[in-house]
Design a protein around this ligand. Structure first.
Ligand SMILES: *Cc1c(COP(=O)(O)O)cnc(C)c1O
Length: 426
C-alpha cells in the first residue's frame, strides 16, 4: 500500500444525496422500481424492462426464458469476455460454445461464428466490450434464418449508440449491468430489455418466479455503495486498492450467485439515471479522445480500439506484445495510473470449464489477453494523469525505465498482475 494519488480504473457517478435518500426505501415499496422500469421501457422502445440483482442474474433469467421456449441448448459467447458471462450460462444449465474474437475490434471472428451456427444453437451473445459497439446487426443477419436469437450484452455500454440506434435496443433481448465498475451503478444490479411482446412474456414468467432481495443483502449493498462513494476519489483510493481482501477488480468464474429482483433501495439510487449517465459518458468520451490523440503522436506500438460512437467505459489499447503489456501494467501500478490488464485469461482457460467446453485454440482471444490494456477515462483523470499515462506508452518496453525502481515494488506488482485486475468491471 502506497500513500499516493491512485486512479481507480473506472468510476461511476454516485450522488451522496441520492444514496442517503435511498435509505428510507429500506422498508420496501415499489414506486421507484415501477418508475425506473417505465422510463427504461420508454427510452429504449422495449416491449418490457425488468430490474434484477446483477448483470449475471439478468443473463441467467434471459437464458431460462429462452430455454422454456426451445429445446436448443447451446449458447455462443465470445472467447474473450467477462467471466460472469460463462458463469451465467453454466448456472442456467446450458452449454457454453466459444467463438474466437478479432483483436482489432474485440468483436466475433465472423467466419468462425458462421461455422458455429446450427440448429442446436439457442442464442448468440453479442458483446459491447468497454463501451465499444459490436456489430449486433451482422450477428442478427446470420442468426435470423436459422431460428437463433441474439442476446445483446450491453453490460459495459449503458448509454452508448451505434448508427443512431441505442445500444441495448438491437438484440432480441439485451441486458445492462449496474455493477460497481460499469457506466452507471447502484452497487450491483441488472436490467433486462425485451424487444418483442412474446419475449417479454417469456421473461416475465421467469421474473415472477424470483424472490425479493433479502433485507440484509439490501443493507449490505447500500453500505458498500457508501464506502465506495467515500473511497473512490484518487486522493484516498490507495486505501481500498491496497487491501487485497477486498479483491477489487478481480474477475471470477462462479455460479453460486443469487438471482433476485432488484430492491427499492437500489431503484431509488437510479432515479435521474438518464442525466447522470449522459454526463458521465460525455466525460469518458472526451477523456478517451484526448488519449487517442496523444497515442497517435507517440510510438506507434499502441493502437486504440475506437469507434466514433464508443462510450469508452475504459479506452482499450492493443500494445505490441506481452512484454510491453507487462511492463506498462507494472509501471502503472507503481505510479497509481489506473491502467487495467483486464481479463487474465480467455474463457477457454477457465479451469472450472474444462470438460464442459470443446478444447481448441482461440488465437484471437489469446492475443487480446496478451496485448490488451485499458486506460481510465473517468472524471477524476486530470491533465497530469494523462501526461503520466501517455509517458508509460512513450517509454520503450525494453528501456531501463521499464524496470520499477525498487525490488519490493517489483515483486508486489508482479503478484498483483497475476491476480490480475479487470478494473472493477469484473
Ligand atoms: C459486468 C459484466 C457482466 C455481468 O454483470 P454483473 O452485474 O457484474 O453480474 C456481463 N457481461 C459483461 C461484458 C460485463 O462486463
Amino acid at each position: 500500500m502506497k500513500l499516493q494519488r491512485t486512479l481507480p480504473p473506472t468510476v461511476a457517478p454516485i450522488s451522496l444525496r441520492g444514496l442517503l435518500g435511498a435509505a428510507v426505501r429500506l422498508w420496501g415499496g415499489s414506486a421507484c422500481r415501477d418508475r425506473v422500469r417505465q422510463e427504461l421501457k420508454a427510452h429504449f422502445g422495449a416491449a418490457d424492462a425488468f430490474l434484477v440483482s446483477s448483470g449475471k442474474a439478468a443473463l441467467t433469467v434471459i437464458l431460462r426464458a429462452l430455454m422454456a421456449r426451445s429445446t436448443r441448448r447451446r449458447v455462443v459467447i465470445p472467447a474473450y469476455t467477462c467471466f460472469s458471462v460463462p458463469s451465467a450460462v453454466v448456472k442456467a444449465g446450458v452449454d457454453v460454445v466459444l467463438c474466437d474474437v478479432e483483436p482489432s475490434t474485440l468483436d466475433f471472428n465472423y467466419s468462425e461464428l458462421e461455422r458455429l451456427l446450427d440448429d442446436r444453437v439457442l442464442c448468440v451473445v453479442s458483446t459491447h466490450l468497454f463501451g465499444h459497439s459490436s456489430d449486433v446487426n451482422r450477428v442478427k443477419r446470420l442468426c435470423q434464418e436459422k431460428g437463433i436469437l441474439v442476446v445483446e450484452d450491453a453490460a459495459q455500454a449503458f448509454g452508448g449508440r451505434s448508427e443512431n440506434a441505442l445500444l441495448g435496443s438491437l438484440g432480441d433481448v439485451s441486458f445492462f449491468s449496474l455493477g460497481r465498475g460499469k457506466n452507471l451503478t447502484c452497487g450491483t444490479g441488472g436490467v433486462i430489455l425485451a424487444k418483442s411482446a412474446a419475449l417479454a412474456q417469456a421473461i416475465s414468467e421467469q421474473f415472477d418466479e424470483l424472490e425479493e432481495s433479502p433485507r440484509r443483502e439490501v443493507l449490505k449493498n447500500w453500505l458498500e455503495m457508501l464506502a465506495m462513494r467515500l473511497f473512490i476519489h484518487p486522493a484516498v483510493y490507495w486505501i481500498p486498492s491496497g487491501l487485497p481482501f477486498l479483491r477489487l477488480g478481480e474477475t471470477r468464474f462462479y455460479t453460486d450467485f443469487q438471482v433476485y429482483r432488484m430492491d427499492e433501495v437500489r431503484a431509488h439510487q437510479l432515479l435521474g439515471w438518464e442525466k447522470r449517465l449522459r454526463q458521465a459518458n460525455e466525460e469518458r468520451i472526451s477523456c478517451a479522445n484526448s488519449f487517442i490523440h496523444g497515442l497517435a503522436e507517440s510510438t506507434g506500438n499502441a493502437t486504440p480500439i475506437a469507434g466514433k460512437e464508443s462510450v469508452f467505459l475504459r479506452l482499450p489499447v492493443l500494445v505490441k506484445d506481452r512484454a510491453m503489456k507487462q511492463s506498462i501494467c507494472r509501471r502503472s501500478q507503481v505510479v497509481g495510473a489506473g491502467l487495467s490488464p483486464n481479463y487474465p485469461a480467455t474463457i477457454q482457460e477457465i479451469p472450472e470449464l474444462a470438460g464442459r467446453i470443446e478444447a481448441r485454440g482461440v488465437p484471437g482471444a489469446q492475443s487480446v489477453v496478451e496485448r490488451l490494456v485499458t486506460l481510465p477515462t473517468h472524471r477524476y483523470v486530470r491533465n497530469n494523469d494523462r501526461v503520466k499515462i501517455l509517458e508509460l506508452f512513450a517509454m520503450n518496453s525494453d528501456s531501463p525505465l521499464a524496470t520499477p525502481p525498487t525490488g519490493t515494488d517489483a515483486d508486489r506488482d508482479a503478484d498483483s498482475l497475476h491476480a490480475c485486475s479487470a478494473g472493477h468491471a469484473g
